[in-house]
Design a protein around this ligand. Structure first.
Ligand SMILES: Nc1ncnc2c1ncn2[C@@H]1O[C@H](COP(=O)(O)OP(=O)(O)OP(=O)(O)O)[C@@H](O)[C@H]1O
Ligand SMILES: [Mg+2]
Length: 459
């Protein structure tokens, strides 16, 4: 059952029980109060009858009128006189309908049936006649009609109260839950793949408005993630296809007919080139995938100077063949991390700097402490720099500035994405410093390793 239906049902039942018991109590109170009034009237009527009896000679019932009813007309008179337990005389109404003999021993008012009429009866003694008993009765007709009227009115009021409570609760609950319903519907649409779905704000309640905003923000984030993931897969497939096509083409061409040794050698060299591209790309994709998961190798204390030296060693040949010098200015700074990943971070930055520097220019790598608990690696070149519009995009996987595709040569556009991800997994950051006069300056900031604790009393 829906929450809304359960809430309405619970509130309706509560209203029915509350009003039902209150109305029941009112009905019982009114009934017993009316009965008390009837009994008082009965005692009065009995006294009048006894008085009248004493005034009539020969102990006979007079022909007085019955007590007055609600409409001020006399009611039927139920009176009977018993002598020695046997009826001596009775009023016409009693004689016509009441059973004989009644229980003359009951001294308090009680109900007797006289045909279809229920009569409230009282048996009283007659002064100076010990064998005589006088039964006086008053029909309950008025009292029962009043009780029936009261019960019908209360039942109608109860039905109205429950109906109104159900209606008001339904409207109120619908109003209170419509925003949640809208959120649930949107969540279903998103789950079905509609990432353009957003929750409409239907409430003025600040909390609900904030919740709606948060849900919409979350959907936007999911949309961005899914879109970038799709773009990533499309780019990856595209990047993998080019070397694969080259490799396939070379092998197919070589195998079509008999070739000279030279031709074979050239085909193998081309195929090797394509394979190398494939291998590098696959490795980079794997690194990116690993960095995105929790499964990271153990970290330890790593000196940044050593990291820079290793990185430079890996691209020394490339830099030398291009005629670009790489200079290092390093303070002894230690960070906690994975040495292999940190070398990759710095190497990717230096590799880019060399690739974007003309022969004769210098790339400067600086390592220093930044503040009390951070270390900074800065890689600066004197090349063309990064266009303002591309400052953030260069960190996106597979992004390469249009001119780089022709001028700088092969590269998938994963170097900076990997470097930034490595900085992030080391609780640091990688950014491009504000535009310099010439060239580009990349700054990686990492938390420094805690200083080794000195043992008290050691020499
Ligand atoms: N030092 C730099 N100077 C100018 N532009 C740069 C520099 N470093 C990076 N870029 C720009 O950022 C883009 C992305 O760099 P990234 O290292 O991610 O990819 P790549 O070097 O093109 O390829 P890969 O590193 O995967 O071989 C480059 O294509 C280039 O346009
Ligand atoms: Mg690169």
């Amino acid at each position: 059952m829906k929450f809304r239906t359960r809430l309405v049902a619970a509130l309706s039942v509560t209203t029915a029980v509350t009003f039902g018991s209150a109305f029941g109590a009112v009905s019982v109170l009114v009934d017993s109060s009316e009965e008390r009034e009837l009994d008082d009237a009965l005692h009065e009527a009995a006294r009048d009858e006894v008085r009248a009896l004493r005034e009539v000679p020969g102990l006979e019932l007079g022909a007085a009128a019955g007590p007055l009813g609600d409409d001020a007309t006399p009611l039927e008179r139920y009176v009977a006189l018993y002598l020695g337990g046997r009826r001596a005389s009775a009023s016409a109404a009693f004689a016509a309908a009441c059973a004989d003999p009644p229980d003359l021993a009951v001294a308090h008012p009680h109900d007797v049936s006289c045909g279809a009429v229920r009569v409230r009866a009282l048996v009283v003694a007659v002064p100076r006649r010990t064998d005589a008993r006088l039964l006086v009765g008053v029909p309950r007709t008025n009292l029962e009609a009043d009780a029936l009227y009261l019960r019908r009115t209360l039942a109608l009021a109860l039905a109205l109260a429950v109906g109104t409570a159900t209606l008001v609760t339904t409207l109120l609950v619908r109003r209170l839950t419509r925003q949640h319903e809208a959120i649930a519907q949107t969540a279903h649409r998103v789950a079905d793949g509609d990432l353009a779905a957003r929750v409409e704000t239907l409430s003025n309640d600040a909390d609900v408005v904030a919740l709606t905003r948060d849900v919409n923000h979350m959907i936007s984030r999911v949309e961005t993630l899914v879109t970038s993931q799709r773009r990533f897969v499309a780019h990856a497939a595209h990047e993998l296809r080019s070397p694969l096509t080259a490799l396939y083409g070379e092998l197919q061409l070589a195998s079509r007919k008999e070739r000279s040794v030279e031709e074979y050698r050239s085909a193998i060299a081309e195929a090797l080139n394509a394979s190398r591209r494939l291998k590098t790309l696959t490795e980079e994709l794997l690194v990116l995938a690993r960095l995105g998961t929790q499964a990271q190798p153990e970290s330890g204390d790593v000196g940044l100077r050593d990291v820079v030296d290793d990185a430079i060693a890996q691209i020394a040949q490339e830099a030398a063949s291009k005629g670009v010098a790489v200079e290092v200015q390093a303070e002894p700074v230690v960070v906690r991390g994975r040495r292999g990943d940190l070398v990759r971070l710095v190497r990717n930055l230096i590799e880019n700097a060399v690739a974007h520097s003309d022969p004769g220019l210098t790339v400067t790598v600086t390592v220093r402490q930044a503040g009390t608990d951070e270390a900074e690696v800065r890689v600066a070149d004197e090349g063309s720099g990064v266009p303002e519009a591309d400052r953030e995009r260069i960190f996106e996987p597979f992004f390469r500035a249009a001119e780089d595709r022709e001028r700088v040569g092969p590269g998938a556009g994963l170097g900076l994405a990997i470097a930034r991800e490595i900085a992030r997994t080391h609780a640091g950051e990688l950014r491009l410093a504000p535009a310099a006069a010439s060239g580009a300056v990349f700054v990686a900031r990492l938390p420094r390793a805690p200083a080794p604790s000195t043992t008290e009393g050691s020499a």
